[in-house]
Design a protein around this ligand. Structure first.
Ligand SMILES: Nc1ncnc2c1ncn2[C@@H]1O[C@H](COP(=O)(O)OP(=O)(O)OP(=O)(O)O)[C@@H](O)[C@H]1O
Ligand SMILES: Nc1ncnc2c1ncn2[C@@H]1O[C@H](COP(=O)(O)OP(=O)(O)OP(=O)(O)O)[C@@H](O)[C@H]1O
Ligand SMILES: [Mg+2]
Ligand SMILES: [Mg+2]
Lengths: 156, 167, 156, 167
């Protein structure tokens, strides 16, 4: 099953470059097998170089850059083997407003292939959704679901 | 396959029967801190067979059963139903259904039940069903809160799961 | 120095209850020495019970509740032994709008005693500040400081 | 004691001399992802004597020196100055100053310098100064990004630092 792993690694690597480039609007990203002679055990290094910056270790990326790089990798794996649905819990929390826009644009595109359920506090992400569920704890300790705003309702 | 609806009863902070209907496309879940949003993601992970209490932010599996509040007593049962539609590529015995309902129950006694379309089954049956439907056994399609950055901060050997799941 | 530690533990414990109660507008919080017979080695357990909820282990608190509890503990230590300045890097990231308000109200009060420098993406926090520095990377890879809006300018 | 101003030259992404003046009260620092906000907090931690490159999100201490960009070459020196005012409670030799300027430099050769009011000194002198001024040696007053929740998620023994610092 070395061929299987190698093929999936190469497929994800290709997609990762593509998705990274879209999310960062430029820049370069790579995945490196640290021990190519031992594919089934090897660790995987991530190289991320935002537009106009020098290559540095990923530990010196900013909080938002780390999150966006991780999202690019997750989405790359997702594009290679789509799952019927995907649930994201505040993946957009470290992102600034313009990165939220890039993140949501990509989700919108992928949502023609899979269902997305996104938990968020960001208005940019709420506005992009087709349906919106509000959860409340008016009675402390007890969760209830409130209004559901559907896309056509939001358009009204 | 698509998620059609999620029902929760006595699961974490959802003490009364609560229903969420899902459309195609993108559904956003919003609300103040501590209102129960992440508990919904835990409910989906749980009904699909999650066995680790720690992965559900608890110490023991009973922690998923509604534990009471200022004004309500603890319940003795947690139940979650997840209804799926357009489920294609399934083995024969499920093929004739257009909708599949997966149910998981846990009683405070520790007894647990799994059901598919109200027929008792084993955890393995639910796992097999989800594998056939394209949802990996390790539920990588459910990304918990604060998990995104951890992928970058983890050791190179710990990043293999993404690639193995796809292979 | 057992007396020293015990006194500082008790002082922080008192303040922690107070600050928690203000940030959560109710609820109860405690600090517990796990091994009181061995004060200089003992671990410290945190008990946090938001308003109207049952006591549970802090691992089952939500992301925002955890952050607010940690902020209450940090501020408690700070109030017992104030440092001339405090620097917070996106401590408000997991908080919703109303918790950001409570967080900023407390900082405003403490700022009469110490200087605060807060890195943030939340408008609620920006609006509370006396001075605002914008950092930009118009030239990719090179940071520059842009406009500085002072309080009286902001009032204008 | 109060922070009066911070100067950075060749520190991380601040390749040209950059000055931030601080008022009393609250100063907010804002800007897009990756623009250099956390690098400012690293600069203050560094000039006050931080010895761990890892704590500054680097692998080795040289990582704090401007490493170049698409259009600029790497620099050979990183320098940060922090000016403090109203410093009371200090030992005699500093008592007569109203302002104290702390400087730290690092050359690519690995050589490093510490200065107080432009007079070379040792790291220990800066540490002692800060202890006298009420800023603990472990710089707990500087809370890094993503550090807040970690306090709750850490083991009970790892939470002692807050209490020991105060004692
Ligand atoms: N078994 C249980 N019974 C009752 N309440 C529970 C149970 N388990 C967890 N909770 C409560 O659920 C709340 C957490 O909910 P959750 O983590 O879903 O919040 P959230 O909406 O995601 O908030 P945030 O925006 O801060 O992440 C906690 O306050 C906790 O007390
Ligand atoms: N020695 C160096 N030379 C040049 N650039 C550097 C150096 N060290 C770090 N950087 C750059 O600084 C950037 C990170 O800046 P920083 O972490 O301050 O961002 P931030 O404003 O805090 O962003 P966020 O809002 O995402 O947290 C990285 O993109 C990194 O490439
Ligand atoms: Mg949550
Ligand atoms: Mg940052």
């Amino acid at each position: 099953t070395i061929e299987l792993f190698t093929r999936s690694f190469n497929d994800i690597h290709e997609k990762f470059k593509e998705v990274f480039n879209r999310l960062f609007e430029g820049g370069r990203a790579e995945l490196v097998l640290l021990d190519p002679a031992n594919v089934l055990e090897s660790g995987i290094e991530i190289i991320a170089q935002p537009r106009g910056k020098k290559v540095q270790s990923i530990t010196s990326l900013s909080g938002g850059e780390k999150a966006l790089t991780a999202i690019a990798l997750l989405f790359a794996a997702f594009l290679v083997k789509p799952s019927p649905f995907c649930m994201l819990d505040e993946a957009d929390a470290p992102l600034d407003a313009s990165n939220v826009m890039r993140f949501t644009r990509l989700i919108r595109e992928m949502s023609s292939m899979s269902q997305f359920i996104v938990i968020t506090h960001k208005t940019g992400t709420m506005e992009m959704a087709d349906a919106l569920y509000g959860i409340t704890m008016d009675e402390p300790g007890c969760s209830k679901v409130v209004s559901v705003k559907l896309r056509e309702a939001a358009m009204a | 396959m698509q998620l059609k609806s999620l029902n929760m009863l006595g699961f974490k902070s959802f003490f009364e029967k609560t229903t969420l209907n899902f459309q195609g496309g993108v559904t956003a879940v919003v609300g103040p801190n501590g209102c129960g949003k992440s508990n919904i993601s835990d409910a989906i992970r749980w009904v699909l067979g999650e066995q680790s209490a720690k992965h559900l932010r608890g110490d023991k599996m009973e922690d998923v059963i509604f534990n009471g509040s200022e004004s309500r007593k603890p319940l003795g049962l947690a139940e979650v139903n997840l209804t799926l539609t357009n489920v294609s590529g399934l083995p024969s015995e499920f093929g004739q259904y257009n909708e599949i309902e997966i149910t998981r129950r846990l009683y405070r006694s520790g007894e647990s039940e799994y059901l598919i379309n109200k027929i008792p089954c084993r955890l393995k049956d639910i796992r097999d069903l989800m594998m056939d439907a394209g949802v990996g056994a390790k539920l990588h399609a459910i990304i918990e809160q604060d998990r995104v950055k951890k992928i970058i901060e983890s050791k190179p050997e710990d990043r293999r799961f993404l690639f193995e799941e796809v292979a």
